[in-house]
Design a protein around this ligand. Structure first.
Ligand code: PLP
Length: 549
């Protein structure tokens, strides 16, 4: 096998840049979506410029070209997953839709009161909520497979959950939080002993490891193109033919029919029965290129991934305050951990250094609950990532951890800050780069006078902030005064900025104040992540509401 040419591989991704370290973008959120290679980006454009037509229905040659390209992807996927028949591959808009399709269509056919569905403690919400809804509708019950300290499903406990009422086992192949491969073959074997069906959520595994649906013996396998170097808005449902044949359509309309009269409709055969309406044709065509790309660079068996895992695991383990969510090294380069600082504070500082990581519940709230935490930080790597980027992350994490030692402004300086919005404008004008502005916000958050703990109650909670934020408003002689607090230092910093604009003013002055111009002049909005930008707006909306209600 030829050696992996990392530089050549990285050069395929226009957003990442060629240098081993681009401090403006270190992309470590590959678990959410991978970056796209030029071949995929160009294929989508090329479809529109040279082959655009609807598929299946028209009787002219352009439509035949489009249909061939579209169906070519289906054939590739059937080979990719070693499906027995090409019509076992259904196009959806993503993993989420694929699971919804099965839960609704299969669930309404096969589930009844008292039946049992087994999920694992590490499922993505996409593989929980559709089952909860269908369980509610049908009277079925959900049972939970627990995890070993390594993060893998505990087979012994799983075996005890199985009964002759178990109708569906829906679990992930690789968790988006823990990055470990579940023993799917053993799970299928045990589930089949009680006659249960098995759906595997392959969102994190489909591009990472070899998947042979026949050899695994699964009934359903689902994944998303955008986590496989392909475009967004395209997903796959593999289902065994005889089961798909026995299931009713999920959505109805064009494409999925054979005949419609005023009285009734007969449905098309597989796979079209489940593909109502015009699909994301250009997306599917570009997805085809992504599958070629995975093969071209042998991405599934790449030994470089193991080098990345080893390096990142060793380096992260050297940060003493860091605590991983699972024991041991993961199987794919996905690392989830907590640190003593608030998640939002960590991700905000990393963001100011150009490092994109995920912070929060990672769409796996039940897993966070079972760990007794609100969320975690996830660093998820792809083979275009570099050792230099990992070093840069570690350096930046150490700076975050050290930032608690930074000197807060003196009390006199603090009074200045709170007294006047003009001082705030000056402060941010002199902090030129986003990195420096971010540091200012964190310092403001550090010196911010916190609320009495008894006031941190739901009554004063600002809805719309990702982290908890509380605000109280008081009035004296027609002038308004504000107190606030938040778990996250960055949000306390943002509160300080808002309060500096409003503190001690009249209702008329506050409502007339051009807050957008103020935030713009500080250079905040364009840099804040959507969640923190929304949080800032939520604080302002809350204050206006309090003044006008
Ligand atoms: N399942 C897992 C394990 C995932 O990681 C994700 C996305 O992060 C999903 C399901 C949902 O995928 P999508 O948003 O593409 O539908």
């Amino acid at each position: 096998m030829s050696k992996f040419d990392h530089a050549r591989f990285r050069a395929q991704f226009p957003l990442i840049g060629k240098a081993p370290l681009n401090p403006n973008l270190v992309y470590f959120d590959n678990g959410a979506t991978t970056q796209k290679p030029s071949a995929v980006i160009e294929a989508e454009g090329a479809f529109y410029s040279s082959a655009n037509s609807n598929v299946h229905r028209a009787s002219f040659s352009l439509a035949a070209t489009a249909t061939d390209l579209f169906e070519g992807c289906r054939t590739k996927l059937a080979n990719y997953f070693n499906a027995e028949h090409v019509n076992e591959i259904i196009f959806t808009k993503g993993t989420t839709e694929s699971i919804n399709l099965v839960a609704l269509s299969w669930g309404q056919t096969y589930l009844s009161k008292g039946d049992e569905i087994i999920l694992s403690a590490a499922e993505h919400h996409a593989n929980i909520v559709p089952w909860q809804l269908i369980a509610e509708k049908t009277g079925a019950k959900i049972k939970w497979a627990e995890l070993l300290p390594s993060g893998r499903i505990d087979l012994e406990q799983f075996e005890h959950l199985l009964t002759n009422k178990t109708k569906m086992v829906a679990i992930n192949h690789i968790s988006n939080v823990l990055g470990v491969i579940n023993p799917v073959r053993e799970i299928v074997k045990l589930a089949k002993q009680v006659g249960a069906y098995v759906l595997i959520d392959g969102a994190q595994s489909a591009a990472a490891i070899d998947v042979d649906v026949q050899s695994l013996g699964v009934d359903f396998y689902v994944c998303s193109s955008h986590k496989m170097y392909g475009p967004t808005g395209v997903g796959v449902l593999y289902g065994r033919r005889e089961i798909l044949d026995s299931m009713p359509p999920y959505q109805t309309g064009g494409e999925m029919i054979t005949k419609v009269t005023r009285e009734r409709t007969t449905f098309n055969k597989l796979p079209f029965k489940f593909e109502a309406g015009t699909p994301n044709i250009a997306g599917v065509v570009a997805f085809s290129k992504a599958l070629d790309f995975i093969e071209q660079f042998s991405l599934k068996g790449l030994s470089f991934k193991n080098e990345l895992i080893d390096y990142a695991y060793r380096k992260l383990s050297e940060v003493p305050q860091l605590s991983f969510l699972a024991e041991g090294k993961p199987d794919i380069p996905v690392f989830s951990f907590t640190l003593p600082q608030h998640l939002q504070d960590i991700s905000a500082v990393l963001d100011s250094k150009g490092i994109a990581v995920r912070a929060g519940s990672l769409c796996a709230m039940p897993l966070m609950q079972s760990k007794g935490i609100e969320g975690c930080i996830r660093v998820s790597l792809a083979p275009y990532n570099t050792f230099e980027e990992i070093d840069y992350l570690i350096e930046s994490l150490k700076r975050v951890l050290a930032s608690d030692d930074e000197k807060a402004p003196s009390e006199a300086q603090q009074d200045d800050i709170c007294a006047d919005e003009a001082i705030m404008r000056d402060k941010f004008k002199s902090a030129g780069s986003w990195d420096l502005k971010q540091r200012e916000i964190m310092l403001l958050g550090k010196s911010f006078t916190r609320m009495a703990r008894e006031n941190r109650i739901d009554e004063f909670l600002v809805q719309g902030c990702e982290s908890k934020a509380w605000v109280t408003v008081s009035e004296s002689n027609g002038h308004y005064f504000f107190e606030g607090d938040s778990d996250a230092r960055i949000i306390r910093g943002l509160l300080a900025i808002v309060f500096a604009a409003f503190q001690g003013k009249t209702q008329q002055e506050i409502l007339a104040f051009d807050i957008k111009e103020y935030f713009d002049s500080l250079g905040l909005i364009k840099h804040l992540s959507p969640s923190r930008g929304n949080g800032l707006n939520a604080i302002v909306a809350y204050i206006s509401e309090q003044l006008t209600s």
